[in-house]
Design a protein around this ligand. Structure first.
Ligand SMILES: Cc1cc2nc3c(=O)[nH]c(=O)nc-3n(C[C@H](O)[C@H](O)[C@H](O)COP(=O)(O)OP(=O)(O)OC[C@H]3O[C@@H](n4cnc5c(N)ncnc54)[C@H](O)[C@@H]3O)c2cc1C
Length: 380
């Protein structure tokens, strides 16, 4: 018998939908709520590394991911010179196993739609446009009562806060850790895919810290430029954002010359600061737990945020379904399986960014990336 019969999952991002799918598939009664009015139709692309693909396959959505995404198994490094010279093309680690690509790029709205549809099919009851506002617990054994934005309330054995970076659940259970900016920011644009681009290439250095791109389908890709964080950029108008990203991209050549003409529509250009945090201790308080970006976040220098969120959901569901009772032993095991691994990914992601900010010539980037690949190749 699972350790819980009824679960509320707060947030229909990757972490929340994954937890909902695995628990509902096993017969647990799952309510999944999402404050947004519907599945997003706008958004950039996402890089899914092998360890994310391994969990997506466990969720039963690999055929759809394969169909809607763009898989590749090599990574290119290019110079920020007038030709965008290819320095090396190397095999990328297949961290999900030999039968999955190293990486799949895909549009974020497609990933969100696939996961929400699958959660519905598993039997989760999903409500959009509904937020969690309050939690009431009497004793751990009694479960928890959730109060919603429509003033209704319901009692559950467990609440999973998968409500992202600025988590309400984290605040409600008194975990006082907040994401901090790292000093870097990223420009992203979603464009048609030039035929010249069939994998991710990274350009380190030049006037910005990193420039790169990731194909997300036959006809789409996202491209990005990472630079020093500047608060003034948030005040730029749409056309000014387009002009700024185009200007930054002028330093990068080779395939970037094929992307630049597509940077025209300000709706496709997005600017975000890098943030990071880790809840360094138990992620639960009694029958309420946080997972995904609510518990940890990393700058996307290693593209591991969603992968770690999926792993959290898979490990939590496995323990809840295997255990008879929701007790300290279960929470200790959850911590033992997740905290050190997620902390190491956060540390390595921040370190990679820091080396770039400090222009550290002695930085062992291949060593760091190899270490992370080795770590995440072992299932969580
Ligand atoms: C610029 C950038 C690029 C990135 N690129 C990558 C990448 O290439 N690969 C990768 O693996 N990771 C990447 N990441 C990280 C990745 O996006 C996140 O780690 C991942 O999306 C976290 O998923 P989540 O489900 O925990 O949270 P979210 O995706 O943030 O989902 C949380 C959901 O909860 C909802 N919610 C919040 N509060 C409430 C409430 N009170 N009631 C109801 N609903 C609520 C929100 O509306 C939201 O839909 C990137 C991050 C950034 C910032």
């Amino acid at each position: 018998m699972p350790a819980v019969k009824s679960v509320l999952v707060v947030g229909a991002g990757v972490a929340g939908t994954a937890a909902a799918i695995l628990l509902a598939d096993a017969g647990v009664s799952v309510d999944l709520i999402e404050q947004k009015p519907e599945v997003g139709t706008l958004g950039s692309g996402i890089t899914l590394q092998g360890n994310a693909l391994r969990v997506l396959r466990q969720l039963g959505v690999w055929p759809q991911i394969e169909e809607h995404g763009y898989g590749f198994t090599t990574l290119g490094l290019r110079a920020p010179d007038p030709h965008g010279t290819l320095i090396v093309e190397m095999p990328d680690a297949r961290t999900g196993g030999p039968d999955l690509p190293a990486t799949v790029g895909m549009p974020r709205p497609d990933l969100a739609r696939i996961l929400v549809n699958r959660a519905e099919e598993a039997g989760a009851s999903i409500r959009f446009g509904l937020a969690l506002v309050e939690l009431r617990t009497q004793s751990e054994a009694d479960g928890v009562t959730a109060v919603f934005s429509d003033s209704t309330s319901k009692h559950y054995d467990l609440v999973i806060g998968a409500d992202g970076l600025h988590s309400t659940v984290r605040d409600l259970i008194g975990i006082d850790v907040k994401p901090q900016t790292t000093g870097m920011a990223i420009w992203r644009v979603f464009t048609p895919r030039p035929q010249s681009i069939t994998r991710t290439d990274l350009y380190y250095g030049g006037p910005s810290y990193i420039a790169g791109y990731c194909p997300t389908g036959e006809n789409s890709l996202y491209a990005y430029i990472v630079e020093e964080a500047k608060a003034a950029n948030f005040a730029l108008t749409g056309p000014e954002r387009v002009a700024e990203m185009r200007a930054l991209s002028e330093a990068y050549h080779g395939p970037w010359d094929d992307i630049r003409p597509y940077i025209t529509d300000d709706r496709g250009v997005n600017y975000t600061f890098f943030e990071t945090h880790i809840v360094d201790g138990a992620w639960n308080r009694g029958p309420v737990v946080i997972i995904g970006d609510a518990a940890h976040s990393c700058p996307p220098t290693l593209a591991q945020g969603a992968a770690q969120s999926l792993e959290d959901a898979a490990v939590l569901a496995e323990l809840l379904l295997a255990g008879d009772v929701l007790d300290e032993t279960l929470w200790r095991e959850f911590s033992a399986r997740r905290l050190a691994r997620a902390s190491e990914i956060v540390r390595a992601s921040v370190q990679l960014g820091q080396w770039l900010v400090e222009h550290d010539q002695t930085a062992d980037v291949p060593g760091l990336m190899g270490g992370v690949a080795q770590l995440v190749s072992v299932p969580a």
